[in-house]
Ligand binder design. Sequence first.
Ligand code: PQS
Length: 405
Amino acid sequence: MTETAAVPASAPISDADPFAAQHLAEPEPLQRHLRAAGPVVRLSRYDVHALARHREVHAALADWQTFRSGAGVGLADFRHEKPWRPPSLLLESDPPHHDAPRRVLREILSPPALRRLRETWQTVAEELVDAVLAERGQEFDAFDALAKAFPLRVFPDAVGLGPDGREHLLPYGNMAFNAFGPRNDLVRADAHRVAELSAWVNARCAREALSEDGFGARIWAAADRGDLTHEQAPLVVRSLLTAGVDTTVHGLAAALYAFATHPDEWRRLRERPALARVAFDEAVRWQSPVQTFFRTATTDVDIAGTRIPEGGKILMFLGAANRDPERWTDPDRFDLTRDPSGHVGFGMGIHQCVGQHVARLEAETLLTALARRVRCLELAGDPGRHLNNTLRSWASLPVRVRLAD
Ligand code: PQS
């Protein structure tokens, strides 16, 4: 962050509510407005500062000493408000406490550790695509049949979860990602399920509830080695169950929506299936499944001439940064020929998504299987939005396909 001797100017003020239904349903107009208004904008409704330009979002994410996570990465300040659940050891924590859980999970979810999953996931993806095309025909809801079905088929197994109650995973994640926003109607709508869903998830984090060869068991093995305490292990498992399902479901939906609306890019992917990986990152840049989250200033700090007070929350608009015309050429285009690296859709710095290789592997295997069988992919109706305070999420994605010969 820049230190200026000059008296900081006051930032432009917006009374927009980024968590209002209108903006959650269609975030681009507000993203454009905030980006244009200035490098820092005060959101009067929540008494926080917003960053919507790539430069400032990137810099804030990289500066964990000044912008901490330990006071929560939602609107609530954990120093004054009791969090809705015990804070995540990874997400809602700072060095040095953050580092041991992070190291353990990074190893377990590293590309070499995931290698043995690729073949299985490839097979599951092919079977799923075949079954969908055989049973649902040429018109179906790709959100339900693919974006939701595939992660739910592969990820809980990889964690080592038992078969019962998996229908609780998406509602729990939905709740967790709503909880980063204000206590609005979206949060109130699920309030009656907090106890039930939390109890289910917490019980699944116990060693006895997990198979012997999944990510979960490896977290417990790390505790046996002394890399974590045995008190920390269940909370690290909880991170997988919280952040690993809804994110990939809506991320895959974003990729499918991107291709259903960009037939030339689908053709390009079919010609070069190796593009699946970069295509997913470009879809993450273009849609930003995680739209926003917060940090808290550890000290009075100036960002581009605006003073952020110690304890002040800053709201980072990942979606806006990922479409900043100062950073990207033709940012609103979904374009497989661009290099999307540097997008902040997975965050940046020490908290950058530790599960991103899992997400990419899911996307790669599903998109490759689909591209092999489907020649044309197009929308068959208006997609349905599901509103969430953090995730750009979907309710339906009606598509029509034509099969490859
Ligand atoms: C957890 C980790 C990460 C957890 C905002 C939040 C998250 C992206 C944006 C997230 C949520 C939960 N990911 O450790 O439980």
